[in-house]
Design a binder for this molecule. Sequence first.
Ligand code: KG4
Ligand code: ZN
Length: 344
Amino acid sequence: MARGRRGRLGRLILALETSCDDTCAAVVDGARILSNVVSSQASFHERFGGVVPEVASRHHLEVVNAVVAAALEEAGTELGDAESIAVTQGPGLIGALLVGLSSAKALAAAHRKPLIPVDHLEGHVAANFLEPDPLEPPFLCLIASGGHTLLAGVREHSSFQTLGSTVDDAAGEAFDKGARLLGLGYPGGPAIQSAAEDGDPEAFEFPVAMSERGLDFSFSGLKTSLVYRVRDLGSEETGRRRADLAASFQRAIVDQLVRKLERAATSGDWPAIALGGGVAANAELRERTRALCEELGLRLKLVPISLCTDNAAMIASAARFTEPISYPDYLGFDAFATGSVRAA
Ligand code: KG4
Ligand code: ZN
């Protein structure tokens, strides 16, 4: 039973997000987050050093109903109060996405409510539209997560222009693979960040992929370079120099991200820079972006870490600016692993 109805203050949206290994549900009222529940599966994937898609789908199935119930309960509201149900349609792991999409369709259909399918990356951008202190377009947004790395030029709430993206691995993937090579835990980003605290970022030199003028990213050469470095050092020395390796590796990833952000910022007329995606939780990236904004005289928007990593509040936020689909038109909708909602 809900703790007491909040009533319909604005446009209440219940959102679900299951594109990777977090089962997420949130209730958002306009730009205000009423609840944002995340059930992390990290401990189940840790032993494999990465997300196992089949394991992720099974866990989503097991907990999705409880996570939705918790989000409604925490918001002090009931399903009937929601004006619409939003859900991540893609991109992501197809089996994982299908659990969220099917659940959302079922919840929406049972109440004849509209469904709002959302693009996961538009969700990461839209985290910046939430309170406190919502950011208004135009702004430049770096999205760096386990599956994506891209520079988004945001000129309106409902869409963005991709200015650059990774040609191989994502930044978060580089953190995860690097952590595995260094014998650190999963997820790799926080593990490398914490190991790096005791290390010297200049101890080792790693390549920073910088093409002449482009805004695309590349991290596979960096990963290969760490493979060779670890092989040359041997396991004992790698263990002894782990903090230095972590700090230098992190420096190389952040260097590339910040240098391309700077390139995009100085070649456009953006008044603000925002960060999104799990890698935006990285302390060195946040600090270096802060310094860049100070240097260029731009506004910096850093959402709390809970809104950087995957969550459903950001999906509800994107849904506010997306056309709802009426019942029953969405019943045949499919999830998509790659591409975007707009192409679907
Ligand atoms: O956005 P997210 O939660 O899920 C995806 O959409 O992929 O991002 C997860 C990624 C993982 O690769 C994880 O290692 C990375 O974000 N990450 C970090 C940090 N926290 C999470 N990377 C660097 N530093 C962090 N503190
Ligand atoms: Zn994400």
